[in-house]
Design a protein around this ligand. Structure first.
Ligand SMILES: Cc1cc2nc3c(=O)[nH]c(=O)nc-3n(C[C@H](O)[C@H](O)[C@H](O)COP(=O)(O)OP(=O)(O)OC[C@H]3O[C@@H](n4cnc5c(N)ncnc54)[C@H](O)[C@@H]3O)c2cc1C
Ligand SMILES: *[C@@H]1O[C@H](CO)[C@@H](O)[C@H](O)[C@H]1NC(C)=O
Ligand SMILES: *[C@@H]1O[C@H](CO)[C@@H](O)[C@H](O)[C@H]1NC(C)=O
Ligand SMILES: *[C@@H]1O[C@H](CO)[C@@H](O)[C@H](O)[C@H]1NC(C)=O
Ligand SMILES: *[C@@H]1O[C@H](CO)[C@@H](O)[C@H](O)[C@H]1NC(C)=O
Ligand SMILES: *[C@@H]1O[C@H](CO)[C@@H](O)[C@H](O)[C@H]1NC(C)=O
Length: 495
């Protein structure tokens, strides 16, 4: 379905007048606009409806608008714009395309890659578009693209329904879905993109479009293609009933590595119940961590017994609401202010014991190496085993390029504070990813065409390594819907 917006014609005429008047006023020195970006901020401010707003430093809205999870993806924008309607997003993109100034689109701001959702230009913060609407009869939920998953779980709890969303508090709906979306529910329902029913998209050329499976190219491209095709204002996801869950986090001393390793191997080999999900991690304290999740109100027999038999330092698993489980993880991810974080993905076909040992060694090795240079350096290397059918639930999408076999997306997330270490950490992450791949290859895994998960990919990774054989098609779709490259004024993996 395609809606042509009459407002776009109005926009173009207003833009023409504004362009003249900003330039004139600049010459005459009437307004304090000394850069083209500042002019764009003024223009947007003049043109949008009262549902939207433009903010400058030092307002608290500006400060919140430029805030990101990692300092590596955090810049002082010239202004923050908060769109309140899709039509105002049309107008914003119209102004940006006329003046061709840099901008960024921020959902939850959790990308660590420099400039992916931050900019020195116009920071579009989607935060006002955070409405969550349950469509009971249809079995779907509409979610504003500026929501964070915490908002979604809060809103859904009274309805007893759930969607396939983020596993950790604070993550944004926008980037999570547009990059794929591995959820606690993925073993049952696939990636978040596999549960999409519709996407409301503002195209770079000024139309608001309800993209559905009927729109072959955009439907394919948006599912893993981030901000290449425009700005998404709303997602409609399929929902399912939600009971209480049996879930929690265990922290285990490193001396129990062998039992921990064996428990992961056994889980992967034996567990076929797709309601069960496991997320182990090696964290430099050093500590072994494991999030256990069962999508039912009581402890499943047998599945997690080996983990529960290991003595813990802290943590517990119990029956609780989904929202309460999410809330319990908040402390886990409270990154220190100013922390720089890069994250890399390492696709593997499974976690045999030798690969687990390698990931543990990589954790200890790089933690020691960088702690000598920056005492705040910390590693979280997460193993992400999923069901072997995890990619079987959806239709063709930008990511993953191959749905024939499951790939486990392994996430390396390293944090530090001294900015002069940035490039050394960047290099070391790629080196560490190669060491883990080599260990998996030595165990007989054929990783020659294994795609890195789009949401974990570290900047600098060739796009072929994420999108594989889909890249030529994605480049074609991009040319068709964004012929003048307006979305290239925003950062990210660009087709
Ligand atoms: C603590 C933590 C936990 C995580 N847990 C998981 C997990 O369980 N599963 C998983 O799959 N991933 C997980 N991730 C990765 C996460 O999915 C990505 O970082 C994701 O891109 C974050 O989305 P965001 O909206 O917060 O990020 P942002 O940085 O705001 O956006 C990321 C990218 O998407 C684009 N984008 C965002 N919104 C829009 C929009 N409305 N229209 C167009 N483009 C848009 C941005 O421009 C940017 O390029 C986690 C990350 C962190 C830091
Ligand atoms: C916004 O504008 C509409 C009409 O365009 C008006 O009805 C509404 O009261 C305004 N809201 C605010 C908060 O000013
Ligand atoms: C952003 O502005 C703050 C406060 O003025 C300053 O401390 C910080 O260094 C600036 N950051 C960047 C990346 O320019
Ligand atoms: C641990 O990792 C480092 C860095 O990859 C490597 O040099 C070293 O050989 C590894 N040690 C073991 C015991 O595997
Ligand atoms: C940051 O690292 C650089 C290079 O390793 C070092 O010279 C500098 O002293 C460090 N700064 C701080 C504050 O530790
Ligand atoms: C590895 O897999 C690719 C396809 O993904 C295939 O082309 C190649 O022949 C395989 N290599 C081996 C050694 O099996």
């Amino acid at each position: 379905m395609l809606f042509f917006e009459a407002s776009f014609v109005r926009l173009l005429s207003v833009l023409y007048l504004l362009a003249v008047s900003v330039a004139e006023q600049q010459t005459l020195g009437y307004i304090d606009v000394d850069t083209p970006v500042a002019g764009v901020c003024e223009c947007i401010s003049g043109i949008v409806s009262n549902a939207s707003a433009v903010y400058y430093p030092p307002s608290k809205e500006y400060t919140a608008g430029i805030r990101h999870w990692s300092a590596t993806n955090s810049l002082n924008a010239t202004c923050v714009v908060e769109p309140g309607t899709a039509l105002d997003v049309v107008d914003m993109l119209g102004v940006l395309s006329v003046f061709r100034q840099p901008f960024a689109v921020k959902g939850g701001g959790h990308s660590c890659n420099p400039g992916f959702s931050s900019t020195a230009g116009v920071q579009i913060s989607m935060t006002r578009l955070n409405q969550v609407t349950v469509n009971k009869a249809e079995g779907t939920v509409d979610i504003g693209a500026g929501a964070i998953w915490d908002d979604v779980y809060e809103a859904l709890e009274p309805y007893g329904v759930m969607v396939a969303g983020g596993r950790i508090p604070g993550v944004g709906v926008g980037g999570f879905i547009l990059g794929g979306g591995f959820s606690w529910k993925s073993n049952q329902y696939g990636l978040a993109i596999d549960t999409l029913v519709a996407i409301e998209l503002v195209l770079p050329q000024g139309t608001v479009m309800q993209v559905t499976a009927a729109d072959d190219d955009l439907w394919f491209g948006l599912k893993g293609g981030f901000n290449n095709f425009g700005i998404v204002t709303r997602f409609t996801l399929r929902s399912h009933p939600q009971t209480d869950v049996w879930a929690g986090l265990l922290l285990i001393a490193a001396i129990h590595l062998n039992e921990f390793n064996a428990a992961i191997v056994k889980f992967e080999a034996n567990v076929k119940d797709t309601k069960a999900s496991l997320a182990p991690a090696f964290v430099t304290t050093p500590i072994l961590a494991a999030m256990l999740f069962y999508d039912g109100p009581s402890q499943p027999e047998g599945i997690f017994d080996d983990f529960l038999a290991i003595p813990t330092v802290n943590g517990e698993v119990h029956t609780q609401s989904f929202k309460s489980f999410m809330k319990s993880l908040a402390g886990l991810v409270a990154a220190a202010p100013g922390h720089r974080i890069y994250s890399a993905g390492v696709p593997v076909l499974g976690y045999p014991s030798a690969v687990i040992d390698t990931i543990y060694n990589e954790t200890a090795f790089w933690a020691e190496h960088f702690a000598a240079l920056d005492p705040t350096f910390a590693v979280t290397n997460a193993l992400e085993p999923f069901d072997s059918g995890v990619f079987s639930h959806g239709s063709r999408s930008a990511y993953p390029p191959d749905r024939a076999r499951a790939l486990y997306p392994t996430n390396l997330a390293w944090a530090w504070t001294n900015a002069s270490l940035d490039s050394a950490v960047h290099n070391a992450l790629f080196q560490s990813a190669r060491a883990i791949e080599a260990a998996a290859t030595a165990e007989g895994q054929n990783l020659s065409n294994a795609a890195t998960y789009a949401n974990y990919a570290l900047f600098g990774l060739p796009l072929e390594d994420i999108y594989g054989e889909h890249l030529p098609r994605l480049r074609g779709i991009k040319k068709k819907y964004d012929p003048s490259g307006i979305m290239d004024l925003a950062g990210g993996f660009k087709f």
